[in-house]
Ligand binder design. Structure first.
Ligand SMILES: [Zn+2]
Ligand SMILES: [Zn+2]
Length: 370
């Protein structure tokens, strides 16, 4: 265990017993090995940290000697340390544990933003203010999916405040440097570690890292630059889209705060069934019926497509269930030019009600073994 007990529980060094207990319960629940988010070694760490900090005597000794423990061990140990066994595993963990030190320095690296610099911090902050991505399911008609269309949808979401146009500044007012961070976008706080006190930069809560602050906030959005509302969104649905497919519409998601960029909108399409046509990828499937004599002699019949009807040649000797292809009468390809085909399945109608004349003809056919 090479980490700070306070850090493990995510609490401040001056936390009350009540706060320690609460922090312990929360972390222990989160990392309990029985939970999906569980982590046995983390859970053990949390327990050990709590054992120390929940005991006022142990806590006092830890606070007093914890940061110089490495020295204490090389010198042969503090006399006080011999008294509490809980520290034995702790001491082993610290003794020449290179890895442990590496981790601690990594953590310090994060605190100071090594390698990143202010720019990285700023972009991280503005990312946090950016609007969220949204995902909605949209039901469209069969032919709308095949040929594409334009739609206007209404979506409840954060929208840019129209009064201040996203700036958060009251009309007639202006931006000034944030009084709490003097325009830096971050404030500093002291963090206590084994190695002494370190300054930690955190995002300024007053300006949310913007550094600027409206002299007078927009009364409509309270200075945030966005409000809850209904966004009217025009979307273009490409020809060939199919059931269950998803399209991203850039910047059509939730508006960001302080005029930062909006999230994206993802639309998942549901396509209504058609009474007479089915779809199989980019082909359209349909069925039609012909008479027995048409099947035998062949014919030209009219077949409905998604557009206007076309003539289909039925060759002599067609069997029931035979499939004929109408080239390029299917669905336009989504990603390149051209389109699929329509596949027409032809069934032979068997008459159930015959006129006297038909009855006679059938009898004659039967006599001819047809
Ligand atoms: Zn506003
Ligand atoms: Zn500030």
């Amino acid at each position: 265990m090479a980490k700070d007990c306070y850090q493990i529980l995510g609490i401040k060094k001056n936390s009350s017993q009540q706060e320690i207990k609460q922090a312990f319960r929360k972390s222990a629940q989160q990392y309990h090995p029985d939970k999906p988010s569980g982590d046995a070694s983390k859970f053990k760490e949390i327990n050990e940290a709590y054992q120390i900090l929940s005991n006022p005597t142990k806590r006092q000794q830890y606070d007093q000697y914890g940061s110089t423990f490495e020295q204490a061990k090389s010198k042969g140990g503090f006399s006080g340390f011999d008294n509490f066994s809980d520290f034995s595993s702790y001491a082993e963990g610290m003794g020449g544990a290179r890895e442990g030190f590496g981790n601690i320095f990594d953590n310090l690296g994060n605190i100071f933003g090594f390698g990143g610099g202010g720019g990285t911090n700023y972009s991280a902050t503005s990312r946090a203010n950016q609007g969220r991505d949204l995902e909605v399911i949209l039901t469209i008609d069969f032919t709308e999916a095949v040929f594409g269309c334009e739609k206007e949808i209404n979506l409840k979401k954060y929208i840019v405040c129209s009064v201040c146009r996203g700036s958060g500044i009251a009309p007639g007012s202006r931006l000034v440097n944030c009084p709490d961070c003097q325009g830096q976008g971050k404030v500093y706080k002291i963090q206590h570690t084994f190695f002494g006190d370190f300054q930690t930069a955190i995002t300024c809560p007053t300006c949310q890292g913007q550094g600027k602050f409206p002299e007078k906030k927009c009364a409509i959005c309270h200075g945030v630059g966005r409000i809850k509302g209904t966004g009217k969104i025009k979307i273009k649905i490409p020809a060939g889209i199919d059931q269950g497919q998803r399209i991203r519409y850039s910047n059509k998601g939730e508006a960001g705060s302080f005029g930062t960029s909006s999230g994206d909108l993802y639309i998942i399409f549901r396509v209504k069934l058609h009474p007479r046509f089915k779809r199989q990828n980019f082909n359209i499937l349909s069925e039609t019926e012909i008479n027995f004599s048409q099947a035998v002699q062949g014919d030209k019949i009219e077949v409905d497509t998604l557009e206007k009807s076309v003539m289909l040649k039925i060759p002599a000797g067609t069997v029931s269930g035979q499939i004929f292809k109408l080239k390029n009468k299917g669905v336009p390809y989504l990603r390149h030019s051209g389109r699929g085909d329509q596949l027409v399945k032809v069934d032979i109608k068997v008459p159930t009600h015959l006129s006297k004349k038909q009855q006679k003809l059938i009898e004659q056919l039967n006599a001819e073994k047809l």
